[in-house]
Design a binder for this molecule. Sequence first.
Ligand code: NOJ
Length: 554
Amino acid sequence: MINDLWYKNAVFYCLNVGTFLDTNGDGTGDFQGLMRRLDYLHGIGVDAVWLMPFQTSPQRDDGYDVADYYNVDPRYGTLGDFVEFTHAAHSRGMRVIIDLVVNHTSDQHPWFKDARSSPDSPYRDWYVWSKTKPANADQGMVFPGVQDTTWTYDEQAKEYYFHRFYDFQPDLNTANPKVQAEILKIMGFWIQLGVSGFRMDAVPFVIATKGADVTKPVEQFDMLRMFREFLQWRKGDSIILAEANVLPDTDMDYFGSDGDRMQMMFNFQVNQHLFYALAASDGRPLAKALRQTKSRPETAQWAIFLRNHDELDLGRLTDEQREKVFEEFGPEKGMQLYDRGIRRRLAPMLDGDRRRMELAYSLMFTLPGTPVLRYGDEIAMGDDLSLPERNCARTPMQWSNEPQGGFTLGSKPVLPVISGGPYGYETINVAHQRREPESFLNWMERIIRMRKEVPEIGVGDFTVLNMRDPSIFAIRYDWRNNSALFIHNLSGSPKEIVFEAGVEGEEGNVLVDVLDSGHSKADDKGKHRVVIEGYGYRWYRVGGLNYLLKRTDI
Ligand code: NOJ
């Protein structure tokens, strides 16, 4: 049964079709291009591709402003190309999940155009209106500094409409049963075309009560059960991965205490504290975040990530912790965004320091959950801070040192390809790293292979070991008589550590290093003594050298 839950031990890879590979020279990536790169993704070890929005859209928020839920934006290809793509992914044993953006539509969506045209429109009640400007119109903006209000007056409708995000993204009235039915229909459509589930955008807002009289939105969690039930009827193994940056004490409301709501959620709590751990060389707040997010139903799973297509949101840290992360990873105002985060890519944040990048990824791959990679991070791509807001970290994939990084044969890429300097395509590209045995890309491929050989991380129970030195972060997984132990030195200086594996009997006396040959044998008191270099990491299997045989009972 546990192996049927494919998402518990899969490697996810997130990409935007438009910035991956362009085959027709118009400067925008397309499904044909993505298909040509499926073998590349398969080769790295990707199990599931998460596509950011590719439906018809005016593209004012990178596709998160959908104007037709049942079509592919012509820039990227056709529905036919999409089906060819899912088929090609499946034939390589890979799954596809797609963004589902149903908190709001584009203001160019025919539903909104119709809704604003008349109070009698059948779509009027699909959106959220107010005759007068609500008192809290200047509250609850998601993009402070760029967005000034959540209620905008519409000249045509002669009413205010509610928008949690930008003013061109009117919120859908998700309490309306007709809207709910349409959401199911959208899911059913894409499921039928071959996807294995959805990354659901802005879930807390989708299910919140909305309206001029709502002072404190209340989440309607039953809606989540409805989404899941529908999906499971249509395709039993499909999932929803919720984008819900919520406080740990509401996690179970999203997963459902009977495991009847979301299968997966991004672990934002762990993400932020992971960056703090890297910035301050202190793993204690990370350990706390792991404890806070520990409980979840058997079928539920966290998605663990480093950077994504948005800013690194640090809103859940204390002011002092946030300052520390800013100071280390984004000291300049231009690197920060929305008063709460950092908009850079990972590699520049870590000064391109290979040791620190390996450390960060080693953590990502060994924290409890399913790892989600972001395109380009496998070759340590950089950012372009001259681009506005979050676009700085959304530049085209760098394939080779040919013009435009091999992304397009045209001369006008959808966003500029990074050129020159340490992160330019001339230096950082796939073709080059493929040929270099010690490249970051090859390291990534190897670490992913090993991650898959330790499925305990996805399904086991974890314990954070008590270490005297806060810069040493050690976590052990136990699952059906198998144990694996991962140790990280968050500091830049070498550390000698003495510890017990914490596994009963003889087993705990031998630690087999699965990445290297530095096995450890405990002394006669059961203590291990290991020296870890600055920013070093160790992956151990606990037990004798026959550990590979033991794994078969998983
Ligand atoms: C969250 C997405 O990750 C972000 O990119 C987008 O702008 C908002 N939701 C609005 O859809």
